[in-house]
Design a protein around this ligand. Structure first.
Ligand SMILES: *Cc1c(COP(=O)(O)O)cnc(C)c1O
Length: 230
């Protein structure tokens, strides 16, 4: 798959086994995203177990135990699924970006968690731009209200927006959804002039080409990399 150098490829490994992540990592992929806390944590534990096994083997065979201890530690994990506030501790310690902050309640909970744990969390505000009701995210009006009344929240750093286009073959609808998201990204960026807030996470396997044309900085690709989910 061809992407401009300015667009980051996020490999969405949800529903695929840990071994698939290892394969993609060995092929050079470094940014991965998961969408379910339980599944994510299981993969983190699988990674810890794999490292322990590699360290043991290195010690037995006189290999590089230090390298084994750090295996895959340069992965950047993103979270992209709906996150309940009681599951934060399963996710936040391990991720560098939560792309799916879709409510004020979650935003405040992430901030409180960051304060308690001394970690400033990078987040994206998930925006609702598709025709489907089921999708999570801030509407344009909710977003304006949130930004107007912004206060404190020293432990979240808003890096941009994330969204999904309507699931349809009609390219003009997809294009218009992505245009709406890019507009919302402008509004968010203007609200946080003090820091780097330029990310527009849009585009999945089926629509990433359009998303890139419309200004995406980050595409989230699952099935095109890993095959159909089971
Ligand atoms: C599953 C998922 C993706 C990846 O979808 P594909 O169509 O498999 O590329 C991207 N973004 C979100 C939020 C997802 O849940």
């Amino acid at each position: 798959m061809e992407l401009p150098a300015t667009v980051k490829l996020v490999a969405v490994s949800k529903f695929h086994p840990f071994e698939s992540i290892v394969q993609a990592y060995e092929a050079g992929q470094r940014v991965f995203a998961e969408s379910r806390p339980q599944e994510f944590l299981a993969k983190i534990k699988a990674l810890v177990a794999l490292r322990e096994e590699m360290v043991l083997r290195a010690k037995e065979e006189g290999g590089d135990a230090e390298a084994a201890r750090c295996y895959m530690s340069d992965i950047e994990w993103h979270f992209i699924g709906h996150l309940q506030t009681n599951k934060l501790k399963m996710v936040l310690p391990y991720v560098s970006l939560v792309q799916s902050v879709d409510s004020v309640r979650l935003l405040d909970a992430v901030d409180a968690w960051g304060r308690a744990n001394g970690k400033v969390m990078d987040i994206l505000l998930e925006c609702h731009v598709s025709a489907e009701d089921s999708k999570q995210g801030f509407s344009r009006m909710e977003l304006a209200g949130l930004l107007d009344g912004w206060h404190g929240r020293d432990f979240v750093r808003v890096r941009g927006v994330m969204g999904m286009a309507t699931f349809t073959d009609d390219e003009s609808v997809v294009r218009s959804d992505f245009a709406k998201l890019a507009d919302m990204a402008d509004i968010v960026r203007a609200a946080f002039p003090g820091h780097d807030c330029h990310e527009i996470s849009m585009g999945m396997s089926g629509d990433y080409r359009i998303a890139v044309e419309m200004g995406s900085t980050m595409v989230r690709i699952g099935s095109m990399i890993f095959g159909e989910r089971v």
